[in-house]
Design a binder for this molecule. Structure first.
Ligand SMILES: Cc1cc2nc3c(=O)[nH]c(=O)nc-3n(C[C@H](O)[C@H](O)[C@H](O)COP(=O)(O)OP(=O)(O)OC[C@H]3O[C@@H](n4cnc5c(N)ncnc54)[C@H](O)[C@@H]3O)c2cc1C
Length: 486
């Protein structure tokens, strides 16, 4: 019996198809496997080993702008884990045990229904993306805990050799501390599952942040001339108010306009930060801002809830569209997932807000370039200007957000939005030009699209002296997620 026939005895199997993604890359998939539990995954991996078939797992496959649910290498079977949706949350600690198919919306609704005071870690990817899938790609968002892989502990995985991985503490029955103590005991190995290809993660624990008594956002419009000050201000905030200010986004005018669809009169950047803390935090923040050269408006979350009622009326005002977009953005900061970022990728197709964002269904062209930059305000602004110039030279909208989650580095997120029918090659050339400029200044993305993984080899990271012997030992024939970050 062949692989497909045997796999049919384990779980639902869909025949092979040719699929493409927002990168305008396509793959001839051998088929899609839909396991429902860890036992089925283990049997599928053992079967793949027997038949020497390649597997590529994903959680919900909405890795939009980086390859969606497509494998890096051709001739693979895709393992779709979206049917695994178990959620368990410990009410006292906020430690949530999740399966890969749990989306932002599912977790948010679960917390809401159980009346648990914890925040769902949201991103701009929208309500239907996986919490674990995003974390395993080392995604981030402004809702704490902002670094999503950092919030994971006690992972369970089916390794590429068919064995089950569980943490050392968990194996000895110390499940409780295995969840709370990320590092476990002995060498920390679970990092190899993030942007790695050693196993299929079947479950993990996610640390959720408790909703604070006082919480909200602060906003300021910044002219391009004051951006250096705005960057310095953001760094000081993150240093001085660690734990209170959990992250700051600086969006350039094209990015704000792309998201709000509003035509701004003044070409200003938007600074948007999130704060949370005990009673009195708002006053403390206002006092702190008064002592700074920039003074953002502090907007408690409760106010945004009141204003929400007037949204239809607001949207008719000249500045209303941008305000409505910011209100939706505030909801995300509060752990309420929504599609606020969707309009920025619908530049060539009509966006229908009544339908959930689905960049595959709508055949959008999108590539994310997300470089990390050291915190040097002059360098960040110089690079931002260079990237804007490249995007405009290729006639793409020059949208950039600078996200500051720590006072040590800034991550820029640059969406290259293009018409897939006509501009796929131009978009790829634009990405490479941007990357070359970044690399000249010693900056590099924290995450790569599947079409650009080969650049990692040029960057000299292929022969990682620790990881590759491990991969060789566990998966000598590179059957699991081959090419992923190799
Ligand atoms: C408008 C817009 C805004 C966005 N904003 C953000 C943002 O704010 N922050 C952000 O981080 N991203 C953002 N994204 C990018 C992306 O959509 C999200 O990161 C999304 O969460 C990734 O898709 P997913 O959750 O379905 O992960 P998946 O596609 O399921 O997983 C991603 C990859 O991780 C690996 N993987 C996943 N699950 C497993 C598993 N169980 N075992 C082994 N390997 C696995 C696979 O290699 C897979 O390809 C945005 C995208 C768009 C279009």
């Amino acid at each position: 019996m062949g692989f497909k026939a045997e796999a049919r005895g384990i779980c639902r199997v869909q025949d092979g198809v040719k699929k493409d993604c927002t990168l305008a890359q396509s793959r001839e998939l051998l088929g899609t496997l839909y396991p429902k539990n860890e036992g089925q995954i283990q049997r599928l991996v053992q079967l793949a080993l027997k038949h020497k078939e390649k597997l590529y797992p994903f959680s919900t496959g909405k890795n939009w702008g980086y390859g969606s649910g497509l494998p890096v290498l051709p001739a693979s079977w895709v393992v779709d884990l979206s049917g695994m949706q178990k959620i368990k949350v410990d009410a006292a600690t906020g430690l949530a045990t999740l399966e890969p198919g749990v989306t932002q919306r599912m977790l948010h609704q679960f917390l809401h229904k159980q009346d648990l005071p914890y925040l769902c870690p949201t991103t701009g990817g929208g309500p239907h993306v996986s919490i674990l899938g995003n974390a395993l790609e080392r995604g981030f968002g402004l809702t704490p805990y902002t670094d999503h892989f950092y919030a994971l502990s006690n992972l369970r995985a089916v390794l590429a050799n068919g064995e089950l991985y569980t943490s050392a503490l968990s194996r000895r029955g110390f499940e409780c501390i295995a969840k709370s103590h990320k590092w476990g005991i002995g060498p920390y190995m679970e990092g190899a599952f993030a942007q790695g290809n050693l196993g299929i993660v079947t479950r993990a624990c996610v640390r959720l942040r408790k909703r604070s008594v006082e919480r909200g956002a602060f906003v300021l419009k910044v002219s391009p001339q004051r951006m250096e000050q705005a960057l310095q201000f953001s760094q000081h905030c993150l240093h001085d108010l660690e734990g209170v200010v959990t992250g700051i986004n600086l969006m350039n005018p094209a990015r704000t306009q792309g998201m709000s669809r509003a035509q701004a009169k003044k070409q200003q950047w938007t600074l948007l930060g999130r704060y949370a803390g005990v009673s009195g935090t708002r006053c403390l923040l206002r006092r702190y801002f008064k002592s700074c050269r920039l003074t953002p408006y502090v907007i408690p979350y409760s106010w945004t809830q009141c204003v929400e009622k007037y949204r239809p009326w607001l949207e008719k005002m000249p500045w209303g569209k941008e305000m409505a977009m910011l209100l939706k953005g505030f909801a995300i900061l509060e752990g309420v997932p929504n599609d606020v970022a969707a309009p920025l990728v619908y530049q060539y197709q009509q966006y229908n807000p009544k339908l959930p964002m689905d960049v595959e269904r709508d055949q959008l062209g999108l590539m994310w370039c997300a470089p990390l930059m050291p915190w040097d305000a002059k360098l960040i602004l110089k690079l931002t200007h260079k990237v804007e110039t490249i995007l405009m030279r290729y006639r793409f909208s020059p949208m950039i957000t600078l996200t500051a989650l720590q006072p040590t580095e800034v991550c820029a997120t640059i969406p290259i939005v293009f018409d897939k029918r006509t501009h796929a090659e131009t978009a790829a050339a634009c990405y490479e030009d941007i990357l070359n400029v970044l690399m000249q200044h010693k900056c590099f993305p924290y995450r790569m699209p599947i079409s650009q993984m080969s650049l990692l080899q040029d960057a000299g990271t292929r022969h990682c002296p620790l990881y590759h012997p491990l991969k060789q030992a566990i998966d000598p024939e590179d059957l699991l997620a081959g090419g992923r970050y190799e």
